[in-house]
Design a protein around this ligand. Sequence first.
Ligand code: PGA
Length: 250
Amino acid sequence: MPDRTPYIAANWKMNKTVAEAAEFVDALLPRIAATQCDVVLCPSFIALNEVVERRRGTAVRVAAQNMHEAESGAFTGEISAAMLVELDVEAVVLGHSERRQYFGETDEALARKVPAALAAGLEPILCVGESAEARAGGETETVLERQLQADLAGVEPADLAGVVIAYEPIWAIGTGATATPEQAQDACAFIRDVVGMRGAAADRIRILYGGSVKAANAAELLSKPDVDGALVGGAALDPEEFAGIVEAAG
Ligand code: PGA
């Protein structure tokens, strides 16, 4: 099995002003100076530039939380891949369940967004995950497979290894109800199988777990063979706590 570098991403959602983002970066950098992990910060659009500039010269990378699939045009309020690349943003979260739930993000749009991000040189962090009802009904794998097939339909098999996939069960996001390490492992292994069936070098794809990850539970989740990292929301707002998660990843 090839070594997959652990990948720890901070999804700040609609939190932190530019000044607060700057303060976080200054507090985080000395705490994670020795890490070998991929550390990715996902601030709001308006804080992207500040975070990119503050982390220059470090291994920390910066991701947006969404983008539009078109190159440019009459899409009021939207941001294109080229606008992100111009700022030296390197990745983009796509299909987060909050965007699917509150902002009408569809699998059809994601099928265009993922290849558009790759074409622009941005690393997509594609989020998939089932609701509590789907899990209770034994539909977890059906939901994951449907989302993966739809959202990755436009990606050539050879390019799939450039996509990071985040397994984020909706019932675990922001609830404190973290998936058990076994649940996270089972879902991440299933995701790897589904992507492998598309002809991808599935053992090179990074698959993250997200949903109430914190410093205290990160090591156990990350010890699972198919859990390659974490997408962290609430616990990523505090530099000390987030640094603890990075440390747990090794
Ligand atoms: P949480 O959010 O860590 O606050 O549960 C995770 C996410 O939504 O990515």
